[in-house]
Structure formats: structure tokens, C-alpha cells
Design a protein around this ligand. Structure first.
Ligand SMILES: CC(C)(COP(=O)(O)OP(=O)(O)OC[C@H]1O[C@@H](n2cnc3c(N)ncnc32)[C@H](O)[C@@H]1OP(=O)(O)O)[C@@H](O)C(=O)NCCC(=O)NCCS
Length: 151
């Protein structure tokens, strides 16, 4: 498996993985906009063809540079084989090179698999967001501080 930057020609594969991964998948045109946006990092894990992807936007919070992970999904037959870990590992490598201080995301409270995944990587819940999703589902904000201060 290798991880590389996503390109416009990955759109059909990314949209198919998105559709197989979420009850309310993002539409293709939104995914295309991320692929076209220079401020967004799109990473693809591939084994001959794409098997997973990650989308993260550069933001600022309280004057601290942040990568906000907007989307992460691995095709169902390829799960539990380290693809998401490889994608997140590459994002962290880029984050360190760019002196990004914090990784942030929102995950559906009911999404045990994703919460376990992020906890395994050291993300900590910082806030519960009530009725965050269109269907009324709650989210958990999770963050990973890349430059923890000594206390
Ligand atoms: C969450 C998701 C991206 C994980 O992808 P993956 O490639 O299977 O993850 P990895 O193989 O790198 O898993 C690493 C670790 O995360 C944890 N983990 C991953 N999936 C898990 C699950 N279903 N249940 C419990 N822990 C899980 C485990 O600790 C795992 O290590 P292990 O396999 O040695 O036990 C994948 O399940 C997915 O695409 N889900 C649907 C989309 C989604 O929910 N995305 C997150 C939106 S915020």
C-alpha cells in the first residue's frame, strides 16, 4: 500500500468509497471542490487503485495553525489493515513539516469504530456538539496536540 496526494482523476474512486462508508455521503461536486482547492490536503491510499482517502483543511484556531480533518474513509473490504493509519501518519508528517500545532475533527458519537481509531492515535475528546448532523445526530470534537507543553 502506498499513500500519495489525491488528484482530480481519483474523484470516481473517492466518491465510491465515500458512498460505501457513510449513511449520508458527501456529493461528488463537494469532493471535487476539495480536490481542486490548494488549501486542502487530499491523501489517497492505494493498492493498484484507491482503497481509502483523507481530506484535511488548513485553518487557524486561537492563532494556532490547525489541520481540520473533514473526511477519512477506507473501502469496507480493506478495513483493519492499516490504511487509515497510513493516511493519518502521512498527514502528521506533513503537519510537523508545516509546523501545524493541532489536528482537529468531528466524529459521530455513534461511530464507535472511528472513535476507537482516533483514540488509538492519541486524539482526546474536547467537546460534545449536540444535533451536529442534519439527521439530528450528535458529534464529538476530538483533538490531537502536536506540540504538548510541559506542565
Ligand atoms: C474508521 C476507519 C477510517 C478506520 O480505517 P481502517 O483502515 O480500518 O483503520 P486501521 O486499520 O488503520 O485501524 C487502526 C486501529 O484503529 C482501531 N480501529 C479501527 N477500526 C476499528 C473498529 N471497527 N473497531 C474498533 N477499533 C477499530 C483499532 O485500534 C485499529 O488497530 P487494530 O486493527 O490493530 O486493532 C474505517 O473504519 C472507515 O472507513 N469507517 C467508515 C468511515 C468513517 O467512519 N470515517 C471516520 C469519519 S470521522
Amino acid at each position: 500500500m502506498r499513500v500519495r496526494f489525491g488528484r482530480r482523476t481519483d474523484l470516481p474512486a473517492i466518491a465510491a468509497i465515500e458512498a460505501a462508508s457513510f449513511p449520508h455521503p458527501w456529493p461528488s461536486d463537494l469532493l471535487a471542490a476539495y480536490l481542486d482547492d490548494e488549501g486542502t490536503v487530499v491523501l489517497v491510499a492505494e493498492e493498484g487503485s484507491p482503497i481509502g482517502f483523507l481530506i484535511a483543511c488548513r485553518e487557524r484556531a486561537a492563532e494556532v495553525p490547525v489541520f481540520h480533518i473533514h473526511d477519512l474513509a477506507v473501502a469496507p473490504p480493506h478495513r483493519r489493515r492499516g490504511a487509515a493509519s497510513a493516511l493519518l501518519g502521512e498527514l502528521m508528517r506533513i503537519a510537523v513539516a508545516e509546523r501545524i500545532a493541532l489536528l482537529r475533527l468531528e466524529v459521530r458519537i455513534a461511530n464507535e469504530a472511528a472513535r476507537r481509531f482516533y483514540e488509538r492515535w492519541g486524539f482526546r475528546p474536547t467537546r460534545r456538539l449536540g444535533r451536529y448532523y442534519e439527521d439530528g445526530g450528535d458529534a464529538l470534537r476530538m483533538e490531537l496536540d502536536l506540540h504538548p507543553r510541559q506542565s
